[in-house]
Design a protein around this ligand. Structure first.
Ligand code: SF4
Length: 475
């Protein structure tokens, strides 16, 4: 549909006459008639009013109509791992960290405003309350007041996590941004590419990276070092220290998590309660799960976590690395290399597909984290490039189609338990890769693309809206 068809379609759908629409927008019925005939187009300001009147975004009118995007337009290269592993406050990287960062940048861009307004749309509107999106934005805007509007009506969005920020001096509007919280705490500001981090890696597919590494006989952690520089190790050391600190806090904490579900913390119980006749397998299961619960419970409680690649999936990678480090006596240097390799796989998924539950369901969060953990373990075990690729591929493949349906918008059920299950699955994927890599048929790049297409096909109900699955049926 072109513009004239879109406006006619929306007017008829609302059963308004041209005169009625003209009155709502503040123009004559002749002007509306000209738009519908394609004889004229409204000015941008008027277009914004039209979009508001119909409850759609500006993009609905500006974007050419097309099939739902299945293949992501991938720009060359990838951002630094410092954009993937982010330390911040939970419970959600896309619903708390991203909006908080947007609010911080917006306030710095319009410091003289006397008040602000934030309109939360899409998944941010549907589950923002449970995720505390309103609270974290108001905290960043303080001491200036910030009105929060949960716009659950607007459906035609460029990104499912859309946030509109307004700055005012008295009644006069002095600033406006449309922001997309794209997952893992990253944001994109429409029309402001300056807030987009540089792409320091030249490649963005595993096939390209593998070719580069084979030609130069590099391991994946060395590939990371080549483009990030030596300073990446200081960064990853801090990341690992924070992951362990969060885990320790979670293993100590007791009681009930915040929110209306009354979820009991379980990490400490799992950690301390040995089975009366515990064999090695049971012990492994119990400890890995205890570690994953500890991090995820801290996240649910609004504690400080590292995104790996998101807050909701922050328990998986640290849980398996800590368990295997202790079991096999690996050094912290080995763990940092594993974090580099795991981060590289997460970065590939983030760049070529998505790590956002609102965009592609839980397969994009917990599935990605499981792939990262499997790759990290593969690095720890000194596996070959092919084996690491296969381990990550298996881990992601068997999360395909996983929905995001957090009950009451809280990152608790199914999220916490799911981290523990995925951590165990990462260990299984590495075991399979150890034996079966030579017979594999599916590449990591193919499974990443499959995850993205599957995510785009998922009903909106299963993409962090709290409208389907457990969120709908739990009472
Ligand atoms: S279900 Fe998965 S994607 Fe959704 S909030 Fe929970 S962890 Fe995140």
């Amino acid at each position: 549909m072109d513009f004239s068809e879109k406006i006619r379609f929306l007017r008829k759908k609302n059963k308004w006459s041209q005169e009625e629409l003209g009155r709502k927008v503040g123009v004559s019925n002749r002007a509306v008639s000209k738009w519908e005939k394609g004889d004229a187009r409204p000015a941008t300001d008027t277009l914004l009013t039209i979009a508001t009147v119909f409850g759609v975004t500006l993009d609905f009118f500006l974007k050419k109509d097309e099939e739902p995007e299945k293949k992501r337009a991938v720009e060359p290269g990838m951002e630094s791992l410092t954009e993937l592993y982010r330390t911040g406050v939970g419970p959600s990287s896309s619903h708390t960290m991203g909006p908080a960062k947007a609010a911080e940048l917006f306030r710095a861009a319009f410091p003289d405003a006397t008040r602000y307004k934030a309109v939360l749309m899409g998944s941010l509107a549907k589950t923002g309350k449970g995720h505390r999106t309103d609270w974290c934005i108001q905290k960043e805007m303080a001491p200036r007041p910030c009105e929060i509007v949960f716009d659950v009506r607007t459906r035609e969005l460029y990104h499912p996590n859309t946030l509109q920020l307004f700055a005012y001096q008295g009644a006069r509007r002095v600033g406006f941004w449309e922001v997309y919280s794209v997952g893992g705490g990253s944001i994109a500001v429409k029309g402001h590419p300056v807030y987009t981090p540089p792409r320091i890696y030249p490649h963005n597919s595993f096939a390209e990276i593998a070719r580069f590494c084979r030609e130069r006989r590099l391991r994946l952690w060395q590939y990371v070092e080549t483009f990030e520089g030596q300073e990446i190790w200081d960064f990853l050391e801090k990341v690992w220290a924070q992951m362990l600190a969060t885990m320790e806090e979670g293993l100590e904490a007791q009681g009930v998590l915040p929110g209306s579900l009354g979820v009991q913390r379980k990490a400490k119980i799992l950690f301390n309660q040995r089975h009366i006749d515990e064999n090695a397998e049971t012990r492994e299961n119990r400890l890995v799960c205890a570690y994953a619960f500890a991090l995820s419970e801290q996240n649910a409680a609004g504690g400080t976590v590292v995104t790996a690649p998101t807050c909701g999936s922050c328990g998986i990678l640290p849980a398996v690395l800590r368990y295997v480090r202790d079991k096999r006596d690996f050094s912290d240097r080995d763990v940092l290399r594993a974090l580099a390799t795991a981060g590289l796989m997460g970065n590939l998924i983030k760049t070529r597909a998505s790590i956002s539950g609102a965009e592609c369901g839980c397969q994009a969060e917990v599935g990605s984290a499981c792939a990262m953990a499997a790759a990290g373990l593969g690095e720890l075990y000194d596996m070959s490039l092919d084996q690491i690729e296969y381990a990550a591929e298996v881990a992601l493949e068997h999360h395909l189609g996983l929905t995001c349906d957090p009950i009451r918008g809280l990152v608790q059920i199914p999220c916490i338990e799911r981290n523990a299950v995925a951590a165990m699955r990462a260990i299984n994927a590495v075991n399979l890769a150890n034996f079966l890599t030579d017979s594999r048929k599916i590449s990591f790049d193919v499974v990443v693309q499959t995850m993205y297409e599957t995510g785009r096909d998922l009903s909106r109900r299963y993409r962090e809206t709290g409208e389907g699955g457990l969120a709908k049926l739990y009472s």
